[in-house]
Design a protein around this ligand. Structure first.
Ligand SMILES: O=C(O)[C@@H](O)C(=O)COP(=O)(O)O
Ligand code: ZN
Length: 210
């Protein structure tokens, strides 16, 4: 995809997320890999009203090339590109249910989004909970690197979800699926839902590739 097309796609999908309530105000950030670097949404920008020309371009080493100043979460995005070959886009949101879940004290840090349905297994996979650090802390990048590329999605404690994908549409779909699953987990919180079994999860991994 050309840089021009990538800029247009960021604006279109970011606006769609904003209009459907997946982010509010200036929360959240999106990046897309290019052949010669990557694009990332400017810090303090509203995902509903991005300007293609002002989206920040960084070179492969993370140096500012053009556009407004990058999101403060540049460390986090970069760590995902560097540890997960094939990553084409990263989406970070403060979507309501996933963020609410990230504030609960008793989540399983190794697997914090339960395998309720096949789709969350196929689109999102296992989600690690990362301990709280302040937004923009370079330590977030170190924590992502420590995972060694094992997870396409993480939940930042008391903050929100981050999802990597092979392209922007896939990353957005996965972020939406993660949010829907977090919502289901709240709807089911007083029940003891049947989760997919290890065998069923293994079958999904075998039959469908993400
Ligand atoms: O929560 C935060 O402050 C950031 O993670 C965020 O969502 C928005 O930061 P910028 O991308 O720097 O605007
Ligand atoms: Zn954030």
């Amino acid at each position: 995809m050309s840089e021009e097309a990538a800029r247009a796609q960021i604006v279109r999908l970011a606006r769609s997320l904003f209009e459907r309530g997946y982010c509010v105000g200036s929360a959240g950030n999106i990046s897309v890999a290019l052949d010669d670097g990557w694009l990332i949404t400017p810090t303090n920008s509203c995902l509903g009203f991005l300007d293609e020309a002002r989206i920040c371009k960084l070179d492969r080493d993370g140096r500012h090339v053009s556009g407004d100043a990058p999101s403060k979460e540049v460390f986090l995005h970069r760590a995902l590109y560097e540890t997960r070959p094939g990553t084409g886009a990263v989406v970070h949101l403060h979507s309501t249910y996933a963020t609410a879940l990230s504030c609960l004290p008793d989540l399983d840090p190794d697997d914090c989004i339960a395998a309720l349905t096949p789709y969350v297994v196929m689109r999102v996979g296992r989600v690690r909970l990362l301990p709280y650090v302040r937004p923009g802390d370079p330590a977030m990048g170190d924590m992502i690197r420590a995972l060694g590329g094992a997870c396409a999605a993480v939940l930042l404690a008391n903050h929100g979800p981050v999802v990597a994908g092979p392209d922007l549409a896939s990353a957005v779909y996965a972020a939406e699926e993660l949010e829907e699953t977090a919502k289901l987990l709240f709807l089911l919180r007083d029940s003891r839902p049947q989760l997919l079994t290890a065998g069923q999860i293994e079958e999904l991994g075998r039959v469908f590739s993400r």
